[in-house]
Ligand binder design. Structure first.
Ligand SMILES: *Cc1c(COP(=O)(O)O)cnc(C)c1O
Length: 395
């Protein structure tokens, strides 16, 4: 069936881009591995398919599904989140241009923008995105050589400090300055938050995380709701070729079909774990937007459906306590990444955010980040409670 934008999220997730195969009626569209397509005479393409870097039916079906869920007109799927970011930035900026991004942006995003694209003359200023006055100042100031700010880049909730930024207000601010607003929607996923509807111009995803959802595929996506932006990004996707392969696109589509049911459980589990953590004497701070004590709670309630599966925790016992907990759980696996059905734990200052160590984006050493999976929440809490018994024992 084809879907309409009036249909609910889960209906669109299951059906968008998933029309059955006409010859056999196969309900799940076959995965198209072919790198090339037979032509009926020179230039006689069937349905526009010519060569796998440019178009592939399995990738198309994922792109249609992504666009339908983010409320965009076009989506582009890439081989990783960073490949998506790289292609999109190169489509929309030129040497001398300037990017304003969050000072707690994902470490790999900051590394790409500062150390790779910086070498090609793209400037950047990291700022606290929840402070809109500071953002306005950085946007107006532009780059060191008078470069104009082209992109304002935000993660909300941010990683790993879980700050919440007002997307609608930030979009107005960016547009007033002639810049585009990019929202990295990896943490929330389109089930919890749709930035394009709030005025953002571009949505970025690491589909490796909640969208794929099973920690078995690396991928990225860009979604837009503007034909001109779409054309520029689509051209770089084709010309550079950092596309997702057919099997990766298939796995991502399969994960995306269950995004809504997974996000409900991730969010409910995280809410319960965050409330439990808040009561613990070992804990200095719980960073979770679902807690009324979180400074972004009201804003998160306004722009998100629920509060997601990610929690950051800071310990009174400093680095030693954080490391002890990180190394003594068994249901939570100590690993990079997030957003899978299995619970993961991460020590950002040495793991996901090691690339920003010693910079102004460095993460506190007493902080661990939890990605709450879809297991039974009693088992998640029991696992943490057991790990907490090792704090201060020197083991
Ligand atoms: C993982 C991640 C990325 C990078 O995506 P990859 O798929 O690892 O290239 C970007 N942004 C956020 C918020 C992430 O968590």
């Amino acid at each position: 069936m084809s879907v309409s934008e009036n249909q609910g999220f889960n209906t669109r997730a299951v059906h968008a881009g998933q029309a059955f195969e006409p010859r056999t009626g196969a309900v799940v569209p076959p995965v198209h591995f072919s790198s090339t397509y037979a032509q009926d005479g020179i230039g006689g393409l069937r349905d526009g398919y010519e060569y796998g870097r440019g178009t592939n039916p399995t990738r198309d079906s994922l792109q249609e599904q992504l666009a339908a869920l983010e409320g965009g007109s076009h989506a582009y799927s890439f081989s990783s989140g960073l490949a998506a970011e790289d292609s999109m930035i190169r489509a929309l900026t030129r040497p001398g241009d300037h990017i304003v991004l969050g000072n707690d942006a994902y470490g790999g995003t900051y590394r790409l923008i500062s150390r790779v694209l910086g070498e090609w003359g793209i400037g950047n200023t990291p700022v606290d995105m929840s402070n809109l006055d500071a953002v306005a100042e950085a946007v107006a100031a532009g780059g060191p050589d008078g470069g104009k700010t082209r992109l304002v880049w935000v993660e909300t909730p941010s990683n790993p400090m879980m700050k919440i930024t007002d997307i609608e207000a930030l979009a107005r601010l960016a547009h007033d300055a002639g810049a585009l607003l990019v929202v990295d929607n990896t943490f929330a996923s389109p089930y919890l938050q749709t930035p394009l509807a709030l005025g953002a111009d571009i949505v970025v995803h690491s589909t490796t995380k909640y969208i794929g959802g099973h920690s078995d595929v690396v991928g990225g996506a860009i979604v837009v709701n503007d034909a001109e932006l779409a054309e520029k990004i689509g051209f770089v996707q084709f010309a550079v070729g950092a596309v997702s392969g057919p099997m990766d696109a298939f796995l991502t589509t399969r994960g995306l079909k269950t995004l809504g049911v997974r996000m409900d459980r991730h969010s409910d589990n995280a809410q319960a774990v965050a409330e439990w953590l808040l009561q613990r004497p070992e804990v200095e701070a719980v960073l979770y937007p679902g807690l009324p004590s979180h400074p972004g709670h009201e804003l998160a309630k306004k722009q998100m459906k629920k509060f997601g599966g990610m929690i950051s925790v800071q310990f009174k016992g400093g680095e030693a306590a954080a490391r002890t907990v990180a190394e003594n759980t068994s249901v939570f696996t100590l690993a990079e990444s997030l957003g899978g059905i299995e619970s993961l734990m991460n020590y950002p200052s040495e793991m996901t955010h090691a690339s920003v160590k010693g910079t102004e984006l460095a993460v506190p050493v007493n902080l661990i980040r939890l990605s709450c999976g879809i297991e039974d929440v009693e088992d998640l809490i029991a696992d943490l409670e057991h790990a907490f018994t090792f704090i201060g024992t020197g083991s």
